[in-house]
Structures are given as structure tokens and as C-alpha cells.
Design a protein around this ligand. Structure first.
Ligand code: SF4
Length: 213
């Protein structure tokens, strides 16, 4: 059983798979409280669902074969690893969006990680777990940073160098409530960084406040 906030089909908007149709499985619960969180409804709201019920819902979107586990923080519920195994046996491709504070030790290698490393403006209570960096595969996994201002930008650049993670896929995503994408683009180009400017595609397609998209 897992406590599920919502399962829906949408367009991938927050990873290298941006633009592809994707089934989102949003798990209930998060172990931190970011200042800019746009999914506060996932902290508590949800329904206990059996694996069979979850898989039935996922299969209702056939032939879409891409799934993203998101939250909240999906690794709060360890049974998610069992669900991943069942879905792997069925041939699904899986992405995990995680804040990186919980261990990835038991995460199967076939799941692609999108680690949303919290920048200073998030004021997260728990730092990212550096043991997880060993699990990241440079040509597959991704590190995402929500950038609210130049302090966040400089912090993220220094973090990547200090942890020797700058050769991974890096996504810099502006917090558009406080930073214009054009300004972030200017900084990336000014500093000649090989990092992606990343926009939350689904918020351009639909109302930024809309749920289930
Ligand atoms: S980790 Fe994600 S779900 Fe949790 S508080 Fe931060 S932004 Fe919200």
C-alpha cells in the first residue's frame, strides 16, 4: 500500500524528458518545507492505494510507458521500491524526482534520478544527503536547482564544483515569482556554463496554479 495524492497523465515539464507525455504518480508526504513549494497539497492529502489499484490506474494510460514518481518526497514511503520493481517487470521507464535528503541506497539502477537540490532560498530544514552523489550516473541522472536570485545561482555553481558534480546533466530552473528567465539566461551565458536553462513547461501550457497537469 502507498498513500497517493494523485495519478495523472500530463506533459513532462521538469527534466531532460521535457515535452514527452508522462504518467505522474504523486506520493503523499514530504520531510521538508521549502519556501517556494508549489505542491503543499501533497504534504497530507491522499488515499491509501494497493499496488494493484495503482497499476490499474497507470495502465489506463496505455500505451504511455514513461512514469515519474514525484511528491511531496516519494522516498518517504519505502514501499515505492516494491512498486518500481513491479512496474519494471512490466517494461515501464521510470523517473524519480527527489529532494535528495533521503537515501538512494535501495533505489534500483533502472530508475533515472532527478535530484532537486535545495538552494538557500528554499530554507529547507534538512540538507541534501551527500552519500547519494555516488548513486548518480553522469550520462543519465540529473540535478535540478530552483534559482530564486543571484545568491542561489552562485551557491549552485559553487556546490557543483565543490562536489565534483558539474559534469552531470544540470538543470537551472528560475523561480519565476522572483527571477526572470532572461536574467538567469544572461548569467549562464556570461559565465559560459554548460548548464541547461530549464523552464517548467507545464506552467506555460496550462494555468501555473492548476493541479493534475
Ligand atoms: S521538497 Fe518538494 S514537495 Fe517538499 S517542500 Fe520542497 S518543493 Fe515542496
Amino acid at each position: 500500500m502507498l498513500k497517493i495524492n494523485e495519478i495523472f497523465l500530463s506533459i513532462q515539464g521538469e527534466s531532460l524528458a521535457t515535452g514527452l507525455p508522462c504518467i505522474f504518480v504523486r506520493l503523499t508526504g514530504c520531510n521538508i518545507r521549502c519556501t517556494y513549494c508549489d505542491t503543499t497539497y501533497a504534504y497530507e492529502e491522499g488515499t491509501e492505494m494497493s499496488f494493484d489499484a495503482i497499476i490499474e490506474k497507470i495502465e489506463s494510460y496505455q500505451p504511455i510507458n514513461l512514469i515519474e514518481f514525484t511528491g511531496g518526497e516519494p522516498l518517504m514511503q519505502l514501499d515505492v521500491f516494491l512498486l518500481m520493481e513491479k512496474l519494471h517487470m512490466k517494461g515501464y521507464t521510470m523517473l524519480l524526482e527527489t529532494n535528495g535528503t533521503l537515501s538512494l541506497k535501495h533505489l534500483p539502477g533502472y530508475v533515472t534520478v532527478i535530484m532537486d537540490v535545495k538552494t538557500p532560498s528554499a530554507q529547507a530544514e534538512i540538507p541534501v544527503n551527500s552519500d547519494n552523489f555516488h548513486r548518480l550516473i553522469a550520462d543519465k541522472d540529473q540535478l535540478k536547482f530552483v534559482i530564486s536570485d543571484e545568491i542561489d545561482y552562485k551557491w549552485a555553481c559553487e556546490f557543483l564544483i565543490a562536489n565534483k558534480l558539474n559534469h552531470h546533466h544540470i538543470l537551472f530552473s528560475p523561480n519565476t515569482s522572483s527571477l526572470q528567465p532572461a536574467l538567469l539566461a544572461e548569467w549562464i551565458l556570461r559565465d559560459r556554463l554548460p548548464y541547461r536553462l530549464h523552464l517548467q513547461t507545464h506552467k506555460y501550457i496550462w494555468n501555473p496554479e492548476a493541479r493534475g497537469v
